[in-house]
Design a protein around this ligand. Structure first.
Ligand code: SAH
Length: 226
């Protein structure tokens, strides 16, 4: 164990932003229709402010998405809660996330599912997230720097695949890495460019597609940025 003086820079912010602020965020989420107690409890416990640069960390518990650098954003609390609820509805054992970003959604999932894999295409974000998740002891997560469009074939099949960036069309490779009966939860653009949170269930060779609500995400892009 480390003594407090040895704790890395990153963790010094723990406790700076009070439990009360987090409790208020969670009360708001419940008002907005988030019902799963496991999700509310995890979000009440975990330090969202550590997933932002120091200059923005005081805004971590506001009802908004926030920039994490390199043109990417940390999703608003409601979106994280909603997607986590959709994941937990499947009682999954094995989950793949595409778009680690800051790692906050990753952490919330890691606390609630047995095994998690997460892929990010931007090296700087991947590294920062890896450090935070290690310090927060999220040991059931495996991270990879890669184009998530290829999935993670060695670890497939997954019970759930979650995308935190918006696809222009259904990524077939990812569907093929779902277990039979498994679901993909993703923001998917329609022909007019509107984004819809979408649930795709693989049933044998068929896909059952259900459109949920309108959302706004950064785009799913190809390739790796080192
Ligand atoms: N869940 C993240 C959201 C980050 S925004 C968070 O809570 O912070 C979406 C992320 O998806 C960005 O970091 C972006 O770089 C990443 N992304 C976009 N296309 C990707 C791809 N093909 N493979 C892996 N990650 C991708």
């Amino acid at each position: 164990m480390h003594s407090p003086e040895q704790l890395p820079e990153l963790l010094r912010g723990v406790g700076m932003t009070s439990q009360r602020t987090r409790d208020r965020m969670v009360a708001r989420l419940a008002d907005q229709g988030i019902e799963d107690e496991r999700v509310l409890t995890a979000m009440a416990s975990e330090p969202r402010h550590l997933f932002l640069d120091e200059a923005l960390s005081h805004r971590a518990y506001e009802d908004t998405s926030l920039p994490i650098g390199l043109g990417q954003t940390l999703s608003q609390p409601w979106m994280v809660a909603r997607m986590t609820e959709l994941v937990l509805n499947e009682s999954p054992r094995r989950v793949l996330e595409i778009g680690t970003g800051s790692g906050y959604q990753t952490l919330i999932l890691a606390r609630l599912v047995p095994e998690l894999w997460s892929v990010e295409r931007i090296n700087a974000l991947h590294h920062r997230a890896a450090e935070r998740l290690r310090l927060l002891k999220a040991y059931n997560v495996r991270l990879r720097l890669a184009d998530g469009g290829h999935g993670w074939s060695e670890a497939a099949p997954f019970d759930v695949i979650l995308l935190t960036a918006c696809a222009q069309e259904l990524p077939d490779v990812l569907v093929s890495q779902l277990a039979d009966g498994g679901v993909m939860i993703l923001p998917l653009a329609d022909a007019g460019g509107e984004q819809w949170l979408t649930r795709v269930r693989r049933v044998g060779n068929r896909q059952e597609v259900k459109r949920l609500e309108r959302v706004r995400f950064v785009p799913l892009l190809q390739g790796v940025i080192r």
